[in-house]
Ligand binder design. Structure first.
Ligand code: ADP
Ligand code: ADP
Ligand code: ADP
Length: 213
């Protein structure tokens, strides 16, 4: 399967991705995780992306299209993939169509994590992540066994620099202005499935499985 996950920051894309990925043996490509890794490693890509990310704005289409084009070549992505956080603009969606057309494949489903903005601040400000894997926890909704420690590796968890109420405002603005049109773009192709992303994680998982079965 070739899937796109779209939704505002904190809607649960990163939480559902590993479950969907294991169920259907797909690769998981999260542009946000890749960009954060590049920023931490101070690669040329990271240096270019850092400022926009800290302000809660989107990084340039060319940068993320380049990352995805390269990542789609991975052997683990040949049987199918989950794109998490990409495309986020109509230009990115058009470029993705070209990339997939060149490879003779197309997107099967776009999972739209529909949720009210009002819920997102609590989700975002309580989020803790394990940077190496991208695993996310929540102080209230999904606490780790030991506070501040990743269940799987025992390594420390961190809070993202952009996970503040103030930066969330910009990220939501970017979502409504630039990413909502992406949902319409795929809506015209009749491949969008709307999820009730405000429900608890297991219920969202059940909806996803139903849509994909
Ligand atoms: P995204 O990848 O869309 O930004 P995450 O999956 O990282 O979102 O979720 C944001 C925060 O909310 C995390 O701390 C996560 O543990 C928590 N979370 C995810 N899904 C739910 C849910 N259905 N109900 C409550 N909290 C959730
Ligand atoms: P969230 O999980 O909270 O939705 P991400 O981790 O996907 O956020 O993205 C974090 C930041 O990385 C974004 O605010 C943006 O600056 C940048 N980013 C990630 N994906 C893209 C993309 N497809 N296009 C442009 N910028 C992106
Ligand atoms: P993985 O080893 O699973 O690929 P990484 O975190 O090392 O995970 O990188 C994830 C992806 O991010 C890479 O596959 C690559 O496509 C992309 N990436 C990371 N850094 C760069 C960079 N400097 N230029 C282009 N793409 C990059």
């Amino acid at each position: 399967k070739r899937l796109i996950l779209v939704g505002p920051p904190g809607s649960g894309k990163g939480t559902q991705s590993p479950i969907i990925k294991d169920e259907f043996c797909l690769c998981h490509l999260a542009t946000g995780d890749m960009l954060r890794a590049a920023v931490a490693a101070k690669t040329p890509l990271g240096v270019k992306a850092k400022e926009a990310m800290e302000k809660g704005q989107l990084v340039s289409d060319d940068l993320v299209v380049g990352i995805i084009n390269e990542a789609l070549e991975k052997p683990s992505c040949q049987k199918g993939f989950i794109l998490d956080g990409f495309p986020r603009t109509v230009v990115q969606a058009e470029k993705l169509d070209e990339m997939l057309e060149r490879r003779g494949v197309k997107v099967d489903k776009v999972l739209n994590f529909a949720i009210d903005d009002a819920i997102l601040e609590e989700r975002i400000t309580g989020r803790w992540i394990h940077p190496a894997s991208g695993r996310s926890y929540h102080t209230k909704f999904a606490p780790p066994k030991v506070p501040g420690i990743d269940d799987v590796t025992g390594q420390p968890l961190v809070q993202r620099k952009d996970d503040t109420a103030a930066v969330l405002k910009s990220r939501l603005e970017a979502f409504h202005k630039q990413t909502k049109p992406v949902i319409d773009y795929y809506g015209k192709k009749r491949i969008v499935a709307n999820l009730h992303a405000e429900k608890p994680p297991p219920e969202v998982t059940a909806e996803v499985k139903k849509v994909l079965s």
